[in-house]
Design a binder for this molecule. Sequence first.
Ligand code: GRF
Length: 190
Amino acid sequence: MTTNIAILASGNGSNAENIARYFMAHPTVNVSLVLTNSQKANALQRARNLGIPCAYFSKEFWQDGEAILHLLQAYQVGFVVLAGFLAKVPNLILQAYPQRMVNIHPSLLPLHGGKGMYGDRVHEDVLRCGDKESGITIHYTSEVYDSGQIVAQYRCEVKPDDTVDKLATRVHALEYEYYPKVIERLLSLL
Ligand code: GRF
């Protein structure tokens, strides 16, 4: 049986595209929808280029989540993937996808996580703290930012001459390699 995935993304969408490409010819997984809370999100264009239905919902819609949940149900979405999604997921949607919604964070949670910790701010904080390693955390989504049950973590070195850009590139490489595979593994267990 095929599982339909929806990807939620607010920005560039490179993870969204990478995941969509990974599952393109997959026998049992179909990326059926890309949703965003930002009209400017490059993720929308990436979805269009790949022929994946996509939609922008303004802030009001993300508050109660009703219309978005209806759309997810209309597309028979069985699993939700957050990839650089910066708004809070409405409780209605969280409750509709228990253990069926994951997020990725570009550090080794619980380090450098929480509200306001996203993008370059995370890497800046890692460098400021003098950490010797960083990495990625894939976790189930919960009501509190970056605090759901951890599914997987992958590590990389922080080098003495690292800049935010260099570290971000190294962390992104981990995201591209592992996020689709972890999603695939979780789906195989459903
Ligand atoms: C990634 O680093 C991800 O870990 C974080 O936001 C970033 C999104 O990058 N949650 P992109 O939009 O997929 O390029």
